[in-house]
Design a protein around this ligand. Structure first.
Ligand code: FMN
Length: 318
């Protein structure tokens, strides 16, 4: 067994948390991760209340948490109140200032997990009273920034050791197998947040065409851009960009984002609906290069944990 402060704090068998992936991370995925002994998070994303209700229903009685895109939640703060009433196991905020939401989350007795991309973000998460901080490197799939997991995680670990030793630390970005989990523990993390690898699971709400493209791709085949956000007319603030696979869509618009704006999305929404992985890019990180199959999420969690345990010489306790 790998026992850490994270597994003890949340009563987990494995120090593995599923990323709250907008659109892709629904209740079935979160429940499968929790069922396998990790902590599953529903991807509340841009805050569609009907979708969210459906996903909490799909999770059934499994103890799952929920994540929001913070700058978007600021436009619909009532969604936080509704979600806290569902007694989530954790409330996860990323991409924006968590402080305005912290009092309400604390008053509900729900642990706050803040994902950060820089040291400044980490300091702000401490001001918000976060129970856990996720240090997200730029290898990650989906939105993020530019720091690398390999340096950001130990630097945040040092910050926490000096200023907030009780705050838990998770590593995110590029972690898809036992090597990644074992390495994250060595870097000072108490556990990991896994996105791309669980996006490539049976329970993820992702069309086959996109998952097949990710299985075929290697880790060289991704890029960070704002193209999907321009196509979807989502007003993402700096410094955040989104990592996806490179494909015909990104090749077409990479040097002409203005043209994409004028082309009204360039067929992006239609391609998503059709599962066309050339018309819209799969939203995955560099970990795409470590994915060989689309497996049940619970199996992915137990595989990562067992491989890490073997690498660590049969277990780990900290
Ligand atoms: C398809 C996809 C959607 C994502 N959506 C969100 C989101 O809505 N909110 C969020 O905080 N992070 C989101 N992320 C980022 C994850 O929280 C996490 O940092 C990342 O997946 C970790 O890196 P990895 O993909 O290499 O595992 C998303 C990631 C992916 C792959």
């Amino acid at each position: 067994m790998i026992e850490t402060r994270l597994t003890r704090a949340f009563g987990l068998d494995h120090p593995i948390v599923s990323a709250p992936m907008a659109i892709a991370g629904g209740g079935a995925l979160a429940a499968a991760v929790t069922g396998a002994g990790g902590l599953g998070l529903i991807g509340g994303g841009y805050g569609d209340p009907e979708w969210l209700e459906k996903q909490f229903r799909a999770a059934g009685n499994a103890a799952v948490g929920c994540g929001f895109i913070t700058w978007k939640l600021a436009e619909k703060p009532e969604l936080l109140t509704e979600t806290l009433a569902r007694k989530p196991k954790a409330l996860f905020l990323s991409f924006g200032d968590p402080v305005p939401f912290a009092d309400e989350i604390r008053a509900a007795g729900v642990p706050l997990i803040c994902q950060v991309q820089t040291l400044d973000h980490a300091r702000r998460a401490l001001e918000a009273g976060a129970t856990a901080i996720v240090a997200q490197g730029g290898e990650a799939g989906g939105h993020g920034a530019t720091r690398a997991t390999m340096t950001l995680v130990p630097e945040v670990a040092d910050l926490l050791a000096a200023q907030a030793p009780d705050v838990l630390l998770l590593a995110a970005g590029g972690i898809a197998d036992g090597r990644g989990l074992a390495a994250a523990l060595m870097l000072g993390a108490d556990g990991v947040l896994v996105g791309t690898r669980l996006w490539a699971s049976r329970e993820a709400l992702v069309a086959d065409g996109f998952q097949s493209a990710a299985v075929r791709a290697d880790g060289d085949a991704t890029l960070r851009s704002s193209l999907p956000d321009i196509a979807r007319k989502l007003d993402w603030p700096a410094p955040f960009t989104i990592r996806t696979l490179r494909n015909a869509f990104t090749d077409r618009w990479q040097d002409d984002p203005e043209g994409l704006r004028q082309a009204d999305g360039g067929g992006y929404a239609e391609a998503i609906a059709a599962g066309d992985a050339e018309g819209a890019p799969a939203i995955v990180g560099e970990a795409a290069g470590l994915i060989r199959d689309i497996a049940p999420a619970g199996e992915i969690v137990t595989r990562i944990a067992a491989d890490a345990e073997a690498l660590l010489g049969g277990g780990w306790r900290r």
